[in-house]
Design a protein around this ligand. Structure first.
Ligand SMILES: Cc1cc2nc3c(=O)[nH]c(=O)nc-3n(C[C@H](O)[C@H](O)[C@H](O)COP(=O)(O)OP(=O)(O)OC[C@H]3O[C@@H](n4cnc5c(N)ncnc54)[C@H](O)[C@@H]3O)c2cc1C
Length: 303
């Protein structure tokens, strides 16, 4: 056993070597020593894969559990920079609560839609990013806000815009040996919200999801869509349309323009037919969700 693995507390669970490093340096050393090791945070995606026997079937596959890394826990609000840095181990339960819920309300709303309280108590934002499911509820919010993903390897730290981090269905720009250490989101001045359609109201994977975030000082409207393309997409035509259509001084938009906004959002979607919904239904859902979100952001009606 090498230096990194000796430092990282090792034990065997059901024949699988499990390392529980207590410092980020030890965790990164363990990842170098055991290339292809399975990183474990809250385990809510990993254990599904294990139960479906897609992981831990390879001889000598090692688990590196990151839950004890202090460097991945906690958050820092920098009011001067207007940013919030969330450690990768931040759970949905934490995101739901104050003060984070007031700093990034859309992320709190998305968090409240994830799984059950038991899931939200352990599932992390870093795990959601690393899994990079098109249906990951945190991801449209991070995309709409323009978040930056922080990755750390033994060679140093990289920062990637979340749009560059997400490269495909369950594919990311994370390199072997790297850990997601944090995600930094701008704290915007304006209304923001997340909405999702599923086959029922709780414990449901999104058929379509949308996050709308307004930044009043820059007069910008951001709209990101989930579950309707290989990765989360920004609906840039809809965003540009909204910025011209809304009356910023009175927080108003006309019903006709809100409808057009929804239609433009639907055009940005590249959905597929699958067992959850047809592509046509997903496009319709995007139009409805986006229109409603814009209406909530700009509640006064222009004639
Ligand atoms: C019953 C149930 C309901 C669910 N409902 C929802 C839902 O409504 N919405 C939703 O979005 N998701 C849902 N999920 C999926 C899951 O809860 C989320 O994706 C969650 O954010 C994963 O976080 P985790 O900490 O559990 O990750 P883990 O399962 O521990 O890890 C997930 C992936 O990320 C990697 N990883 C974890 N942390 C890091 C890190 N710091 N650096 C690098 N790689 C890392 C792991 O190797 C693994 O590949 C559900 C899961 C279950 C079991």
């Amino acid at each position: 056993m090498g230096l990194g693995r000796r430092r990282a507390c090792a034990r065997t669970i059901c024949g699988v070597p499990v390392l529980t490093p207590t410092s980020l340096d030890d965790a990164l050393a363990a990842l170098v020593e055991t290339p292809g090791a399975l990183v474990l945070a809250g385990g809510t995606d990993v254990m599904v894969e294990v139960n479906e026997a897609r992981r831990l079937m390879v001889d000598d596959e090692t688990v590196v559990a990151v839950g004890q890394l202090a460097e991945l826990h906690g958050w820092v609000h920098d009011p001067v920079a207007g940013t919030l840095r969330l450690g990768a181990a931040t759970t949905y339960a934490e995101l739901e609560q104050e003060p984070l819920a007031s700093l990034v309300p859309a992320l709190a709303q998305a968090a409240r839609t994830v799984g059950s309280p038991q899931i939200r108590n352990v599932a992390t934002i870093g795990g959601n990013l690393a899994t990079c499911s098109p249906a990951g509820d945190g991801l449209p919010v991070l995309a709409a806000l323009g978040a930056t993903v922080e990755l750390r390897g033994t060679g140093g730290t990289r920062h990637l815009p979340v749009a560059a981090f997400m490269t495909g269905v369950k594919q990311t720009a994370r390199q072997p040996g790297e850990l997601i250490t944090a995600v930094t989101v701008p704290v915007l001045d304006g209304w923001q919200g997340y909405a999702k359609v599923g086959v029922r109201n709780a414990m449901v994977i999104a058929i379509a999801g949308a996050c709308l975030a307004v930044d009043v000082p820059s007069r910008s409207v951001r709209l990101a869509l989930g579950s309707v393309a290989p990765t989360v997409v920004r609906a840039t035509s809809a965003e540009a349309f909204a910025e011209g259509a809304v009356e910023w001084s009175t927080n108003a938009v006309s019903d006709a323009d809100a409808t057009t906004f929804g239609e433009l959002a639907a055009e940005a979607a590249k959905p597929i037919d699958d067992h959850r919904a047809s592509a046509a239904y997903r496009r319709h859902a995007v139009a409805v969700l986006s229109r409603r979100l814009l209406r909530r952001a700009f509640p006064h009606r222009l004639a």
